[in-house]
Design a protein around this ligand. Sequence first.
Ligand SMILES: [Mn+2]
Length: 347
Amino acid sequence: MTLVRPFLHDRVDIIGDIHGEIEALERLLGRLHVDIARGRAERPLIFVGDLVDRGPDSVAVVELIQHLVNEKIAQVVLGNHEHNLLRGEEKEGNGWFVDHADGADCFPGPSGPQLFASRVATSDEKEKIRRFLLSLPVALESRELRVVHADWFPEDIEAAREVGDYSAFDALRRCAATEFDLRGAPDEVAIRNYAVPLPYHHGLACQHAADQNREPIRVLLSGREKPLRTAGDPSEIPVPFLSGKHRFAERARWWREDDDERAVVFGHYWRRLEGRNRGKMDVFEGIDPLAWFGKRRQAFCVDYSVGKRFEARAYGRDLREGALAALRWPERTLLFDTDTERFATRL
Ligand SMILES: [Mn+2]
């Protein structure tokens, strides 16, 4: 079996990034009339990945979804957060699964570094989660629809069709063609220190984007990147701090060049129903929060930022600034875990 697989059904509900928010998931599944205990659903579910990290109970989220997969009423693609767990990489918000050797797993809270309030997995739970994640595909497709966590890059989708497991896929790399001028670049410690702002460094930005773009697994799971800016005074280019690092490269809007005529649904990009993302380049700037977008209006991001709730809790903000969404296919209707029921624009 390859890492790109067919949908088992034509009519599906596609659910966005969950990030350990078990209550949101249970509420949304209730609205979709899923009978969790009996393993029955009116229609099958597709999960776009990022089931885990930062939220209260990633273990419960994975166990619930694995149950739905076993009952054959759900399919799941791997997200970058799941992939980090498989690689054992320490990332902000995954201390519930990966031991953080250099310090505790914290985020910038209202009064300094704050621990994530996440249920920690036992070693048995970890082993079960690991085996489940290794069984997941990286993308799903039919004649009308494509689903991937972040970026449907045709060259890397083709590569994923040729491999059957993540150890083979992880090993694929394009050659590093260029050497970048890294004189005066900040070191890794400075890049991870949110307390001290960093000036923009173009060589480092190019290096970061190139490192990202040469690995097929990273491209599909967290998207192609490009340097923040190619021209202008570096001191005037703000370098955002996101998910534990200063970011010199930004996400590319790949859907503008996507030439496939099929619809493509993905998560990952922190879409907002209202307002915009704090301190962050918004890849959806100028796009209606409920609209299809891209070269042929073929693209839809179903991640409505429920993963921001850990932060909203810490800062006492309204939890509804993020939501968990389901896109009903082929109707193209959106349903949320919150009280908003709104409809996506038709093509
Ligand atoms: Mn993601």
